[in-house]
Design a protein around this ligand. Sequence first.
Ligand SMILES: [Zn+2]
Length: 163
Amino acid sequence: MKIKNIHQELKLYKNLEELKDFEQQLIKKAVDFLDLSYAPYSNFNVATAILLENGEIISGANQENASYPLCICAERVALHHAAMRFPKMKIKLMAITARNNARTDLGPIPPCGACRQVIAEYEDLLDCNIRILMKGNLDEVLELESIKQVLPLGFNSDFLENS
Ligand SMILES: [Zn+2]
């Protein structure tokens, strides 16, 4: 038996000022998109802003349903929204933020496991890494250079090919 190590180093910025202007702007857009969240059950609003290579900014916010399993996360809303409007357009940057009125100490909000899988699929489809910046209502911002940093040993289409 051998031990397989999985090790990742993630960038954690102290505040928005440590980011470039366009990165700060995208996070602020995501905060604006929180108003598009429909979360009457969890009261946990999440929003995503995606900057495409062509400069377009795509919105996404979580959409809940009284039939709870039908709820969909902001990240997937935004990714599918982008795919509908600009098929195959590469993603330059993705910003994720959240708001929970009961909490004033939210740090960066990472994508759930399902969204990690979907983001990984888009990285493969678009043949690019998708950089992600995450910020809650605290100052710090966490960066992922690729979703695969937090989805090691992920499932992908390679396992389905018959070769
Ligand atoms: Zn999710």
